[in-house]
Design a protein around this ligand. Sequence first.
Ligand code: URP
Ligand code: ZN
Ligand code: ZN
Length: 465
Amino acid sequence: MRTLITNGRIVTAEGSYEADVLVEGETIAQIGRALADSGVNADETIDARGRYVIPGAIDVHTHMELPFGGTFAKDTFESGTRAAAFGGTTTIVDFAVQSRGKSLREGLDAWHAKAEGNAVADYGFHMIMSDVNDNTLKEMDQLVAEGVPDFKLFTAYPGVFYSDDGAIFRAMQRTRDNGGLIMMHAENGLAIDVVAADEVAAGHTDPYYHGVARYPIFEGEATNRVIRLAEAAGVPVYIVHLSARDALDEVRAARDRGAMAFAETCPQYLFLSLDDMKHGFEGAKFVCSPPLRPADHQADLWRGLVKDDLQLVATDHCPFDFEGQKDLGRGDFRKVPNGLPGVEDRVDLLHDGGVIGGRISRERWVEIIATAPARLFGMYPRKGAVAVGSDADLVIYDPNRKRTISARTHHMDVDYSCYEGRQVQGAAEAVLSRGSVIVRNGAFTGRKGHGQFIKRGTADFARLG
Ligand code: URP
Ligand code: ZN
Ligand code: ZN
């Protein structure tokens, strides 16, 4: 199958220019001006005049079917990758979970079983490590060899995913030898639990107090601590879902002194704020960790993206229905399952708020949604590029189309939207995954099982020397 995309403006992290793109099978075969005039023929031609042609976006932080707080994140690999595709995201990297007392292998096998034959677009895995011990440390080497080279550890959620400093340091030491990357959820969970208990004892049980109890300084402290541990181990570290100025200051200071510190933020921290958590139990719709911050943190995060102290934006997509799931926490905010839906909206929110909002260039937009994720997570240039030989994961993007985000029209399997009623400019018109058109003009044209596991390389890009 040959598909010719004509007259589009190719936008990459490096620059933009007008050219045609020939897709042959699953890869990009040729890029050039007026390819049709020079005798190139194709089975199908897509006219992209007035549109951008960008690499399929990559979301390196999703939680399909994550067990949390006595329930499971609702999107499956089928519904979640389908929703992602509608929003222009053609690859996700999801977090497989090692449950306490079980092996990494069991956790990874369980995630392969959830995804295989179900995903409509490509996927990879990181591994959540709940237990660091001699056996799991050994298993890390095997996972790196299998293309699962990143390990998420937590300074939050005591009793669930929490690891102490010694465990974190041991895992970091291991990645010095096996080339893996430690990803950190950096909040001081032990201190947070003290404040949260005090709030509940004072009768402050609404979801808003979830946001209040998780002080920004607790995120700053933990971020500094894990970066210092990584420096001591001589390895890079990647901070997930950075939400607060306090944490960004630590990442910036670390980078300024030459540390291999990297970080992502998420749309919810750029577009939503602690004020959204008010309104009684409605605030449960916005319960995630780290929590939404006072609105004045947002400008710092945007500046972090401009200056590359934040390398990319991922969603931390982790959807729970308001009815039947979030309401497990009525009467005690500590029991609200943590997580927000978002995999479908990231590309458009960042185009609208970033490019149309005049905060970042369209090239930086492509970099933070596709190219930087591919580079940091061992997929470049197979993914994240519009280049000959790369996978034909391509989005024909209309930068002028306006749409209103709503749970009534989104494709994520969740009964509310955090962005209900927000108008955004920019939308994916056609989406190709390895050469197949999987979304066109708002209709799904893909197939369950088309998505393949992406065996990823190690994070050489994140290492000095
Ligand atoms: O609230 C969140 N972020 N839920 C998902 C689990 C995690 O910590 O990433
Ligand atoms: Zn986390
Ligand atoms: Zn997460």
